[in-house]
Design a protein around this ligand. Structure first.
Ligand SMILES: *[C@@H]1O[C@H](CO)[C@@H](O)[C@H](O)[C@H]1NC(C)=O
Ligand SMILES: *[C@@H]1O[C@H](CO)[C@@H](O)[C@H](O)[C@H]1NC(C)=O
Ligand SMILES: *[C@@H]1O[C@H](CO)[C@@H](O)[C@H](O)[C@H]1NC(C)=O
Ligand SMILES: *[C@@H]1O[C@H](CO)[C@@H](O)[C@H](O)[C@H]1NC(C)=O
Length: 378
């Protein structure tokens, strides 16, 4: 017992050595694409973050997590821990968004939309704890948030965009793997910033396929990221200054997480691969909505790592360009239709949307280019 405690404290103590130092010699920011990741920090968002931090062609400039959706503000600590474990020399800033969606604020109907996230073990209760794996990350010593002076998420995003442009001469791309809340707040307060972002690569929506609201079965058209904050999505799609690359369910449904990816991860020795493997295994056993462990691998999709692949131009065989979209969100709440996407004529004054349509598909998930990029990064 004493020996176990001693060992535990040694491991805990060794994590204190995760500190800022000089970047390694291969680290050359000039050759990289600067990105900001805004998310709701559920399992697949976290996997995309770990992948991005381990992808040599990407320069992660900031991580923001909304206070709504599956994961919440406390995931800010997880993100700081992950960022400082993989890139202690980068001191990547982390910020937290509001804990009510713009939709729930507008309608004043309590947490009507947030309530679509099932509560309890395997869902709401476990996403913030990463199904118990959060304790495996060494805790960073960096104070990334000061509650007396936390700043608004839109001000943090603005600062990160300015710093990126100043330091790299490039506009950042924003990978949105959750709701539109934080980005909509940015554009509300700073309308000029829609043009200071290279593009938004947004995992979300269902264009020509059914939605995925398993907890709101009466709504057959919406996808969760759009449904959870339809006001935010409506504003973003209506903004003619914005360029969006949409990675909807139409695309992500084509690539399921089959066992081959899981087995490929099990063969890798890195901390990142083991972490992602165990996270998926815990999610598969804890999430009862898939019916069985086997079903999980046939139905779960790595939605956000797929969007990161699209951002890097990996794994897409066809895009539809110059699309204009309207997101349904009326003047009173209608859970049956809110969050649905509709095409507008291409002459409509709205965001310039490019839709990732067809994915490169292979029988073995591990051989699929988009998932192979994930395995190779870890
Ligand atoms: C929203 O709140 C209003 C006022 O309380 C109520 O009339 C309406 O039925 C609510 N809508 C939903 C979808 O719950
Ligand atoms: C937190 O912010 C407040 C207000 O800016 C400042 O006075 C205080 O020193 C900060 N605390 C820490 C621990 O940095
Ligand atoms: C588009 O950008 C211009 C300036 O860059 C700004 O004045 C305008 O308000 C923006 N439009 C919207 C809808 O935000
Ligand atoms: C819309 O985006 C596409 C793809 O990036 C681009 O080729 C096209 O020129 C854009 N259209 C307008 C009107 O900006």
């Amino acid at each position: 017992m004493i020996l176990t405690n001693l060992l535990a404290s040694l491991i805990a103590f060794s994590s204190i050595t995760v500190q800022a130092g000089p970047a390694p010699s291969w680290w050359n920011k000039n050759k990289k694409t600067p990105i900001i990741i805004d998310m709701d920090a559920d399992t697949d968002d976290i996997i995309a973050v770990v992948q991005a931090l381990n992808t040599p062609t990407l320069d992660v400039r900031g991580l923001s997590v909304s206070g709504i959706g599956w994961g919440h503000g406390s995931q800010g600590q997880t993100l700081a821990d992950i960022a400082d474990y993989f890139q202690p020399y980068s001191r990547i800033p982390v910020a937290i968004g509001p804990c009510q969606s713009l939709t729930d604020v507008k309608y004043g109907n309590g947490s009507l939309y947030q309530n679509s996230v099932p509560s309890g073990a395997g869902n709401l209760l476990d996403s913030d704890l990463m199904f118990g794996l959060v304790q495996r990350l060494p805790r960073t010593q960096r104070q990334w948030r000061n509650a007396s002076d936390p700043g608004l998420v839109e001000d943090h995003l603005k600062t990160w965009i300015d710093k990126t442009i100043k330091e790299t001469g490039k506009k950042p791309t924003v990978l949105m793997s959750g709701m539109g809340t934080d980005v909509a707040l940015l554009f509300r307060k700073y309308p000029d910033y829609a043009k200071k972002v290279e593009r938004l690569v947004w995992m979300g929506g269902a264009v020509d396929v059914p939605g995925n609201l398993f907890s709101v079965p009466s709504n057959t058209k919406a996808e969760f990221n759009m449904y959870l904050d339809c006001v935010a999505g409506q504003e973003i799609f209506a903004n003619p200054n914005v360029s969006v690359t949409l990675v909807p369910l139409d695309f992500t449904n084509q690539i399921v997480l089959d066992k081959s990816l899981f087995e490929a991860l099990a063969k890798k020795w890195s901390f990142a691969a083991k972490f992602v493997h165990d996270l998926l295994q815990l999610q598969a056993t804890a999430t009862t909505s898939y019916g069985s462990y086997e079903n999980f691998f046939q139905q779960y999709s790595l939605w956000d790592p797929q969007a990161l692949g699209v951002l890097q131009n990996i794994g897409v065989t066809s895009f539809e360009t110059n699309v204009r979209i309207r997101q349904q969100c009326g003047s009173f709440p209608d859970p049956n239709t809110d969050g649905a996407l509709f095409r507008l004529p291409s002459s409509a004054v709205a965001a310039n949307v490019t839709i990732a349509k067809k994915a490169a598909v292979s029988a073995q998930a591990a051989q699929n280019p988009i998932l192979a990029a994930l395995i190779n990064a870890l």
